[in-house]
Write a protein that binds this ligand. Structure first.
Ligand code: SF4
Ligand code: SF4
Length: 115
């Protein structure tokens, strides 16, 4: 590129609003259909395990804890946040929240049980 043209670009960039956001100091609005950490509604679950069958990364396990009572074990470190389980659940017992800041130094904390 001719140096003069490049200089013009550099000078223009100094006065343009940046295309990036100053994350994490500035939070950005997420799209309505954003797929973050899963939520589980045990009162709706019937234990059919279709969510387990359809999960591509074996990140969700449904445990029976009593008669007609189930809990969900979700491995946040395995989940790819595709929300296939949400799509597949016939009882709308799963939802994808907008929570995505899940980084942790402890793998144990990424194994979540929801009752
Ligand atoms: S698909 Fe839905 S109802 Fe069936 S086990 Fe999973 S969460 Fe429960
Ligand atoms: S969001 Fe995708 S990867 Fe995560 S538990 Fe559901 S189906 Fe599995």
């Amino acid at each position: 590129m001719w140096p003069g043209a490049m200089l013009k670009e550099v000078l223009c960039s100094l006065f343009k609003k940046p295309a990036t956001h100053n994350y994490p100091f500035v939070k950005i609005a997420k799209p309505e259909a954003f797929r973050g950490k899963l939520n589980f509604f045990s009162d709706k679950c019937i234990g059919c395990k279709i969510c387990m069958r359809d999960c591509p990364s074996n990140a969700i396990i449904i445990h029976k804890i009593a008669d007609k009572q189930f809990e969900a074990e979700i491995r946040l470190d395995k989940c790819v946040y595709c929300a296939q389980c949400v799509e597949s659940c016939p009882k709308k017992a799963l939802e994808a929240t907008h929570d995505f800041e899940l980084a942790s130094l402890s793998q144990d904390s990424l194994r979540v049980i929801i009752k």
